[in-house]
Design a protein around this ligand. Structure first.
Ligand SMILES: Cc1cc2nc3c(=O)[nH]c(=O)nc-3n(C[C@H](O)[C@H](O)[C@H](O)COP(=O)(O)OP(=O)(O)OC[C@H]3O[C@@H](n4cnc5c(N)ncnc54)[C@H](O)[C@@H]3O)c2cc1C
Length: 423
């Protein structure tokens, strides 16, 4: 039901065909891998009506450029040679693909396809939402305690670590580890033990009272306990190029990446406590830091402000916001706009750090749980939330320090507390 094409076949297979979905993918691209299983699954459902095609972007650069495809994965939809619907990129949701596929066929056909999808219900002792370090560790401990556990993730296992280029502060390794290797090892260890994985799925419903999670709309999973380990997402500036260059010159974590900028020039976006404190830390390494802040003064506490403003390595551009990030060779260009005179300028650097806050991934459960003022989930010392049988671990919880080690510790505690309760 699925076919791989090369650029020279585009005309025949896409433009001269009827209804087509085309996936521009790349290698070493976690969201591409996460998309692959959804694409394959949907090709089985829609494949008789819509052609499912894949094309390797690295080998089809000219075509990708011509079509304006600038990130992987990108999904395009064609109807009789004309591009239609949305262009989907990044962490693509199954429901968004279905919405666009349905637009290519008649409502009756779409309903017929959906009626063929079987609903299922399964039962486990524990459901873990989120397979980052926190969720994976909880899964490992629960599995070793012979507790029937399922790990659910909207992406592939690994969490934020899988997109970090190097981790040098996770104990047990003499040399720094590539983030994706560390998360791969964590994931394989938990999987090998026997924890069930349901990854790269859409989580379409969570009922914390009934302890039910619905994935991909049709699969209901019931459990005695739920662990929320959904982590955080960094706030983005919204400037163009940010998503594509994340992890390729744009970083959101100074403890992780500042050391790679020894004697180099960096730009720090932000002016709150975290931006100012992180810039101070980065200045241990970088030779020059230019901070870009949208207001006419920092909002960080006075002591932190005084410290950073007396740092000879630091220069500040106030009243300005980034509008575009561009990679030029091994340099990063930031185009920023002065919010007062509306003039745009370019700043060239070796790397960019963005600290404009993080947001906890709590969209599906925000109404029920007790949260702190920044919307992080409050827990007790056993990582239990205000609701019975609902636990939360890792970066999504209310705490002072968010690291791999702290998420792993939380996962351990929740799993041990649950194992005790279930025994
Ligand atoms: C660029 C970068 C570099 C870093 N480097 C380091 C470092 O060197 N050392 C260090 O100690 N820490 C580092 N950190 C911090 C570290 O990655 C986090 O503290 C850690 O990953 C937190 O683990 P977690 O399991 O709580 O959450 P995460 O790692 O964020 O994992 C959360 C998981 O939940 C999934 N998820 C989200 N929403 C849902 C949902 N609704 N349903 C199901 N699943 C969902 C996500 O897909 C993800 O896989 C870095 C962070 C970043 C961003």
């Amino acid at each position: 039901m699925m076919k791989e094409i090369i650029a020279s076949e585009f005309e025949k297979e896409v433009l001269s065909s009827g209804k087509v979905i085309l996936d521009f993918y790349s290698t070493e691209c976690p969201p591409c891998e996460a998309l692959a299983s959804k694409f394959e699954d949907l090709s089985r459902l829609y494949g008789s009506d819509i052609k499912f095609l894949k094309i390797f972007r690295q080998q089809s650069r000219e075509l990708a450029e011509k079509l304006g495809v600038k990130s992987s994965p990108t999904l395009l939809f064609f109807d009789n040679g004309i591009e239609t619907g949305d262009r989907l990129t990044g962490g693509i949701k199954r429901s968004d693909i279905i919405r666009n596929l349905d637009k290519l066929i008649s409502p009756a056909k779409a309903a017929e396809i959906k009626s063929g999808i079987k609903r299922s219900v399964s039962e486990y002792d524990v459901v873990i939402l989120g397979a980052g370090p926190g969720g994976l560790t909880a899964g490992l401990y629960l599995c070793q305690a012979k507790i029937n556990t399922v790990l659910i993730d909207i992406a592939l296992p690994g969490g934020q670590v899988s997109t970090t280029h190097e981790v040098s502060n996770y104990p047990g390794f003499i040399q720094p580890q590539a983030g994706y290797m560390l998360s791969h090892s964590m994931s394989e260890q938990t999987k090998l033990c026997g924890t069930v994985y349901k990854v790269a799925v859409d989580v379409t419903g969570v009922d914390l009272d009934r302890k039910e999670v619905v994935i991909d709309e049709y699969e209901t999973i019931r459990a005695k306990k739920i662990i929320i380990a959904t982590g955080t997402t960094p706030n983005t500036t919204g400037a163009s190029g940010e998503r594509e260059l994340k992890g390729k010159g744009i970083s959101y974590c100074a403890t992780c990446d500042a050391k790679y900028y020894d004697n180099k020039e960096v730009i720090v976006i932000g002016g709150g406590n975290s931006a100012v404190e992180e810039a101070d830390y980065i200045s241990r390494f970088a030779s020059k830091i230019t901070m870009v802040h949208q207001l006419d003064k920092f909002t960080a506490n006075k002591k932190a402000q005084e410290k950073i403003l007396s740092n000879s390595k630091v220069k500040v551009i106030y009243n300005s916001e980034p509008r575009a990030y561009i990679r030029e060779g091994d340099k990063m260009v930031t185009e920023f706009e002065n919010l007062i005179n509306k003039k745009r300028e370019r700043l060239v650097s070796d790397g960019i750090f963005i600290f404009i806050g993080m947001k906890p991934n709590i969209g599906l459960f925000r109404d029920k749980l007790e949260l702190d003022r920044w919307s992080y989930i409050r827990t007790n010392e056993d990582m239990q939330t205000n609701l019975p049988d609902i636990f939360a671990v890792g970066d999504v919880t209310s705490k002072k320090y968010r690291q791999i080690t702290t998420a792993v510790a939380d996962g351990t505690i929740a799993a041990m507390a649950i194992a005790k309760e279930l025994s």
